[in-house]
Design a protein around this ligand. Structure first.
Ligand SMILES: NC(=O)c1ccc[n+]([C@@H]2O[C@H](COP(=O)([O-])OP(=O)(O)OC[C@H]3O[C@@H](n4cnc5c(N)ncnc54)[C@H](OP(=O)(O)O)[C@@H]3O)[C@@H](O)[C@H]2O)c1
Length: 264
C-alpha cells in the first residue's frame, strides 16, 4: 500500500493549493471535485513537476453514496489514506426560506455529512497505523456571531470546529493529528461561486489572505497537532473577541456589518 493524501474540493482555491503544497512535500494525492478536466490537468502537472502519483476521482459530494465509493476505490487501488483534507465547500446566498430544501440539503451533505463520514471511514486505518493527519476546513464564520442570509453556513462551520476538536482529543496521543482550519476572507473562487464578489471586494485589503498562506499555515498546524488554526492575526482577534463577548453585544456589532458581505 502506498501512502496518499485525499483532498476534497481540489479543483480550485484552497484545495488546489493543498494539492500543490503537499505534492511539493512528496505526498501522493487523490483529488476529488466535480470538474474532471480541472482535476486531470492538475494531476498531470503535479506528477510531472514533483514526481509523485496523483489520482483523480470526479464526483459530486452532495451524492450521499460518494464517501463509501471513495473508500472502496482506495481499497481496490491499494491507496492508503494517511492524510485527509476535507475542504470542499461553498456558501448558499439568500435567506433560509428563499432556497429550496434540496439546495440546503446538498450543502449540508457536502460540508457536513460527507466530511464526517470520510473521517469515519478513514480513521480506523490511521489508528491501526498509529499515523494520520486530518484537516477539516471550517471558517472564521464558525466563530462569528450569527448573521441573516447564508443561514446554514456559519452553523455548519461551527459544527466542523466542534467535531474536529473532539476528534483531535480522541486521536492526539495515538499518532492522529486533527485540525480545524479556519480561514477568513481568502482569494479563491468562493465568492464568485456564491455571487458576492462585488460585495466583498469592497472590504479592506488587510482582511484578505492568499490561499498559499492559509494552506501552509494549515499544514504546519496539523503537524504541530493544533486542534484549531485561525488564519491571520486580524482573524484571530475577531475569533477571540467573538468568543469572549457577551452574545447580545457581538450580535449587535455583527448583524449590521454582515449586510456588507451576506446576500439576502
Ligand atoms: N475563500 C474564502 O474566503 C473562505 C473563507 C473561509 C472558509 N472557506 C472554506 O474553504 C473551503 C474551500 O473553499 P475555497 O475558498 O477554496 O472555494 P473555491 O475556490 O470555490 O473551491 C471550492 C472547491 O469545492 C469543490 N466543490 C464545491 N461543491 C462541490 C461538490 N458538490 N462536490 C465536490 N466538490 C465540490 C469545488 O470543485 P468543483 O466545483 O469542481 O466541484 C472546488 O474545488 C470551503 O470549505 C469554504 O467554506 C473559504
Amino acid at each position: 500500500m502506498k501512502r496518499y493524501a485525499l483532498i476534497t474540493g481540489a479543483s480550485a482555491g484552497i484545495g488546489k493549493e493543498f494539492a500543490q503544497q503537499l505534492a511539493n512535500k512528496g505526498w501522493n494525492l487523490l483529488l476529488i471535485a466535480r470538474r474532471e478536466e480541472k482535476l486531470t490537468k492538475l494531476s498531470a502537472k503535479l506528477m510531472q513537476k514533483f514526481g509523485v502519483d496523483v489520482r483523480t476521482f470526479a464526483a459530486d459530494l452532495s451524492d450521499a453514496s460518494i464517501p463509501k465509493n471513495l473508500f472502496e476505490f482506495c481499497q481496490e487501488n491499494k491507496l492508503e489514506i494517511a492524510m485527509l483534507i476535507n475542504n470542499a465547500g461553498y456558501g448558499v446566498p439568500g435567506d433560509f426560506e428563499k432556497n429550496k430544501w434540496k439546495t440546503h440539503h446538498d450543502s449540508l451533505q457536502v460540508m457536513l455529512n460527507s466530511l464526517v463520514e470520510l473521517c469515519h471511514l478513514f480513521y480506523p486505518n490511521m489508528l491501526k497505523n498509529k499515523y494520520g493527519r486530518i484537516i477539516n476546513v471550517a471558517s472564521l464564520a464558525g466563530f462569528a456571531p450569527p448573521t441573516a442570509g447564508h443561514t446554514l453556513y456559519g452553523a455548519t462551520k461551527s459544527f466542523v470546529i466542534r467535531f474536529s476538536h473532539s476528534l483531535h482529543l480522541e486521536g492526539k496521543d495515538k499518532g492522529i493529528h486533527v485540525t480545524a482550519l479556519c480561514p477568513g476572507f481568502t482569494y479563491t473562487e468562493f465568492h464568485d461561486a456564491n455571487g458576492t464578489r462585488s460585495m466583498v471586494s469592497k472590504l479592506p485589503k488587510f482582511m484578505w489572505m492568499s490561499s498559499q498562506e492559509v494552506v501552509s499555515q494549515g499544514i504546519d498546524a496539523v503537524e504541530k497537532n493544533q486542534p484549531i488554526k485561525v488564519n491571520g492575526k486580524i482573524n484571530r482577534i475577531i475569533a477571540a473577541i467573538s468568543s469572549a463577548m457577551p452574545d447580545w453585544i457581538a450580535r449587535g456589532l455583527f448583524a449590521s456589518k454582515a449586510n456588507k458581505y451576506r446576500k439576502r
